[in-house]
Design a binder for this molecule. Structure first.
Ligand code: ACO
Length: 183
């Protein structure tokens, strides 16, 4: 367990374990309109170091980030739209942020920044990420807070995917990404 001092709130980082995986499940249910299934939590328990990270304030799980690497050369299926986007045409592999969120009462206290900074550091330092040239994620249309948040960290919109979500409204999303510069 490492300790960290957020700009406003002090947080403690933890990895996902059998003991706390249900807390992650509750956090995701609380934050995201999409339901994450068993496979997601299995992946959480088996993920390489740093790819699923939990942020605690005191004993409460207040934020988490979950990501995975998409292998070199993999191309999006049709549901991702616009396979001509620079996001997909570039060389190297991609890091996909599946979820990144903070409990509402704890937002705008520097925790989101800690989570995305963790991802940026992971890409710079993990041997598993040495081939990663893009970080990307889906943001539901209308989630202006998230678009503004990610823009602050150098993410840009690639394209819109119409009908990406089947069970929530609005069903469309933006694919946003950040290019990682390699020496
Ligand atoms: N509007 C404008 N700027 C914002 C907002 C906002 N709503 N929220 C945060 N910021 C800015 C802050 O001012 C700060 O800027 P600074 O570095 O210049 O001071 C910076 O973004 C970081 O702010 P934090 O306090 O660290 O961010 P926070 O803890 O509030 O987390 C987050 C932001 C993660 C987007 C949060 O609002 C959230 O959990 N939303 C719900 C879940 C979500 O939408 N997740 C993202 C999309 S889905 C996905 O990532 C896969």
């Amino acid at each position: 367990m490492e300790s960290d001092q957020a700009s406003d709130l002090p947080i403690t980082w933890k990895d996902v374990t059998k003991e706390n995986v249900q807390q992650l499940q509750r956090l995701n249910t609380n934050i995201f309109p999409v339901k994450y299934h068993e496979a997601f939590y299995k992946e959480a328990l088996n993920a390489p170091d740093g790819f699923f990270k939990l942020a605690f304030f005191k004993n409460l799980l207040v934020g988490a980030v979950c990501c995975r690497i998409e292998p070199h050369g993999s191309t999006p299926d049709q549901s991702q739209g616009n396979s001509l986007s620079p996001l997909y045409s570039s060389v190297g592999s991609r890091l996909y942020i599946m979820t990144l969120g903070v409990l509402a009462p704890y937002r705008e206290r520097g925790i989101g920044k800690k989570l995305i900074t963790h991802v940026l550091n992971l890409v710079e330092s993990s041997p598993l990420c040495e081939d990663v040239t893009r970080i990307y994620l889906h943001v539901q249309e209308g989630n202006e807070d998230a678009l503004r948040f990610y823009a602050r960290f150098g993410f840009q919109i690639s394209h819109k995917v119409v009908g990406y979500y089947r069970r929530i409204n609005p069903p469309d999303c933006f694919v946003i990404f950040k290019t990682i510069k390699r020496p």
